[in-house]
Design a protein around this ligand. Structure first.
Ligand code: GLP
Length: 235
């Protein structure tokens, strides 16, 4: 079941996301939190960075990475996270932020999934949404039962990522948590802001549940919160 909350501004959506993080930190002795990337989460990283070091009991990970990208590679997801939020960079150095293996090698991906399971599984999963309805890099057509896997990026996803890479080419492949990974999280909090997300939000909440809109599977999850600003929620 999805709870939908509509707020006035993207900043209020960030406030709601931070409140969810704080709740998990207050309630769970050693929570594993999986972070999302993209412009939607820039506010969250800025506000976390301003708070200073993250609580020592937190374990962190993230959703996805471009194939072969290392943490220092500009345009990459881990690079984005650690540059916009140095406290998460500190966790990466200490080994309490678990990066997605960007090699895409099946054994490495399986080992990563085992590490997350050994840490108790994902307590809180943050998500954005692609304007084609993707979650992480699970593009339309992706099967629901996949765990971490290597995948091809959709055309709209590559177009939207152009600014991260210009003048270089946008990568064609990535490594991503699968829909089964995402739906296995105990709490999911998806943020969507701006008019460009309106059609995807509509399809997620009111379209058919199926692979044509990966985000629609969230309606089968027990404990999901979707936070929309008015622009993404529509009239
Ligand atoms: C990328 C990420 C997604 C994210 C999406 C939206 O494709 N893989 O996880 O939800 O971008 O990003 P933005 O917030 O910039 O719109």
């Amino acid at each position: 079941m999805i709870e939908v909350r509509i707020v006035d501004t993207p900043d209020e959506a960030t406030t709601a996301a931070l409140a969810e993080l704080d709740l998990v930190l207050a309630r769970t002795p050693r929570p594993l939190v999986s972070f999302a990337t993209g412009a939607t989460f820039a506010g969250l990283y800025a506000r976390l960075a301003a708070r200073g070091p993250l609580p020592p009991q937190l374990l962190a990970t993230h959703l996805d990475e471009y194939l072969g990208f290392r943490p220092g590679d500009r345009g990459g997801m881990v690079h984005e996270i650690v540059t916009s939020c140095p406290p998460l960079g500190e966790m990466l150095r200490r080994g309490t932020f678990l990066p997605v293996p960007s090699s895409g090698e099946p054994q490495e991906l399986a080992a990563h999934a085992r590490k997350l399971a050994a840490a108790g599984g994902i307590e809180l999963q943050f998500l954005g949404i692609g304007r084609n309805g993707h979650l992480a890099f699970n593009e339309p057509g992706t099967a629901r039962d996949l765990g971490f896997h290597r995948t091809l990026l959709a055309g709209t996803t590559r177009t939207d990522a152009r600014a991260r890479f210009a003048p270089a080419q946008v990568p064609r492949e990535a490594v991503t948590a699968g829909l089964a990974t995402i739906l296995g999280a105990r709490r999911i909090v998806l943020l969507a802001t701006g008019t460009s997300k309106r059609a995807a939000v509509q399809a997620m909440l009111a379209g058919g549940i199926g692979p044509q809109t990966p985000a629609s599977y969230l309606r089968e999850h027990e404990h999901t919160l979707v936070v929309l600003d008015r622009a993404a929620a529509g009239p």
